[in-house]
Design a binder for this molecule. Structure first.
Ligand code: PEP
Ligand code: MG
Length: 374
C-alpha cells in the first residue's frame, strides 16, 4: 500500500470508530454482496428481488400472474421456489453473520406482462390464432395500467396473486435452514414494499409468519426472521405509529417517497422539466439526489418519531438513493436513523460521511464525539 491508500484507510478506520450510522448495501446478487462486504458494508439493507424474475424466468412469472387457473399458478410458483431459494442461499452465504433485508417482489406490473401490441399483431397476422394467445391478450388488457408506478405493485401484487408472498417467504426460510444446517449464521429479514396502511402490512405479515412457522416445524429448526416494511408513501409516514404496531423495522424508500410527495415521476422528471427548474432556481439540486429536508425529510422525521413512540425497539434505516448521498447522510444522522443503505460503490464515501456527521454534531466538540463512541 502507498501513502495515499494508508491515508484513506486511516480516515475510514477513524470514521468507523466515531460514526453512529451503520452503513449497509443495496445488493441483489452474490457478486454485489461480496463487493459490498469487501468495501465495509455491515449488511444488505435492500435486496431487491425483481431482477430474479426476469430473463429465463419471465415465462414462469407470466404464467404465475396470468394463470388460467389455480393449478397453472401453483405449478409456476412451484417451479420458481427452488430458483428463489438458490438466489437467497447464495446471498446469505456472501453475507454470513450480517443482516440481509430481502424485499418481496415490487415491480411495476408492465415489466412482467407480455407486450400488448406484439400480442395483438401476432393474433391479427395469423388465420388460426392460438386460443391461448387470445386469452393472454384479454388478460393483459384487463391488467393494463395507465400509471403502473401507482398500480399493482409491491404489497398489492403480493396480496393479489395468491401464493406469491408464501413462495418468496418459503424460499427465504428454506435458504436460512440450509445455511443453518451448514453451520453458518444466516440473518435474513423480510421487507414488505409499498405499504400505505397497517392493514396491508398485517395481512402480508400474517401470511409470512405462517409460512415461517411451517418451515421451522417441517425442518425442526428454529430461527428468527424480523418482518418490516418500507415507508415510501406519504400515507405510510403519516400513519407510522399505526404501521409500527406490525413492523420490526422501517426502511425509508426515499425514491418512491420523493416521487409521491412531489408528484414527480422518477422515470421522467429528470429529463423533462428538471433542467428548467434548476435553471429557474425552483430547487438547487434534484430532490431525487439530495433529500428535500422540508418535505420528504419531514416525513422521514415524522415516521421515525411516531414509529419509535409505539415501538421503542423499531430499527430504522433508509434504502433510497439518498442513503449514499453525503448531504443526505448528515440529515439521516441528525434524524437518528440506525443505518443508511446504498450502492456498493458508494459504501466507502458513506462511511466517511457518517463519521463526519458524528464529528460535526452540533453541541459536540469533535474530540467529545470521538471519545463518546470509543
Ligand atoms: C425506494 O423507493 O426508495 C426504494 C428503495 O425502492 P425502489 O427504488 O426499488 O422502488
Ligand atoms: Mg420503492
Amino acid at each position: 500500500t502507498g501513502p495515499l491508500t494508508d491515508a484513506v484507510l486511516g480516515a475510514l478506520t477513524h470514521a468507523d470508530s466515531v460514526r453512529r450510522l451503520e452503513v449497509r448495501a443495496n445488493a441483489d446478487t452474490p457478486e454485489d454482496a461480496a463487493r459490498a462486504r469487501a468495501l465495509g458494508a455491515q449488511g444488505i439493507g435492500l435486496c431487491r428481488t425483481e431482477h430474479m424474475f426476469l430473463g429465463e424466468r419471465r415465462a414462469l412469472v407470466e404464467a404465475m400472474i396470468l394463470a388460467r387457473d389455480d393449478t397453472a399458478r401453483e405449478e409456476a410458483l412451484a417451479a420458481l421456489l427452488p430458483l428463489q431459494r438458490a438466489d437467497f442461499t447464495r446471498i446469505l452465504a456472501a453475507m454470513d453473520g450480517l443482516p440481509v433485508t430481502i424485499r418481496l417482489l415490487d415491480p411495476p406490473l408492465h415489466e412482467f406482462l407480455p407486450d400488448r401490441t406484439d400480442l395483438a399483431v401476432r393474433l391479427a397476422s395469423t388465420a388460426h390464432p392460438d386460443p391461448h394467445d387470445r386469452e393472454l391478450l384479454a388478460a393483459v388488457e384487463r391488467m393494463d395500467e395507465q400509471n403502473p408506478m401507482l398500480g399493482l405493485r409491491g404489497v398489492r401484487l403480493g396480496l393479489a396473486v395468491p401464493g406469491l408472498t408464501a413462495m418468496q417467504v418459503r424460499a427465504v426460510a428454506e435458504a436460512v435452514t440450509e445455511r443453518l444446517r451448514a453451520g453458518a449464521d444466516p440473518r435474513a429479514e423480510i421487507m414488505i414494499p409499498l405499504v400505505g396502511t397497517v392493514e396491508e402490512l398485517r395481512l402480508a405479515r400474517a401470511e409470512a409468519e405462517e409460512v415461517l412457522a411451517r418451515v421451522a416445524a417441517e425442518t425442526g429448526t428454529s430461527f428468527d426472521c424480523p418482518i418490516g416494511t418500507m415507508i415510501e408513501l406519504p400515507r405510510a409516514a403519516l400513519t407510522a405509529g399505526r404501521i409500527a404496531e406490525a413492523a420490526d423495522f422501517f426502511s425509508f424508500g426515499t425514491n418512491d417517497l420523493t416521487q409521491t410527495t412531489w408528484g414527480l415521476s422518477r422515470d421522467d422528471a429528470e429529463a423533462s422539466f428538471f433542467p428548467l427548474y434548476l435553471e429557474k432556481g425552483v430547487f438547487g439540486v434534484s430532490p431525487f439526489e439530495t433529500i428535500d429536508q422540508e418535505g420528504v425529510g419531514r416525513l422521514v422525521e415524522l415516521g421515525v418519531e411516531a414509529g419509535r413512540a409505539v415501538n421503542p425497539r423499531l430499527e430504522t434505516g433508509v434504502c433510497g438513493e439518498h442513503g449514499g448521498d453525503p448531504e443526505s447522510i448528515h440529515f439521516f444522522h441528525g434524524v437518528g436513523l440506525d443505518y443508511v443503505s446504498c450502492s456498493p460503490f458508494r459504501i466507502p464515501a458513506a462511511r466517511l460521511e457518517a463519521g463526519r456527521a458524528a464529528l460535526t454534531e452540533p453541541g459536540l466538540a469533535p474530540g467529545a464525539a470521538a471519545t463518546r463512541s470509543l
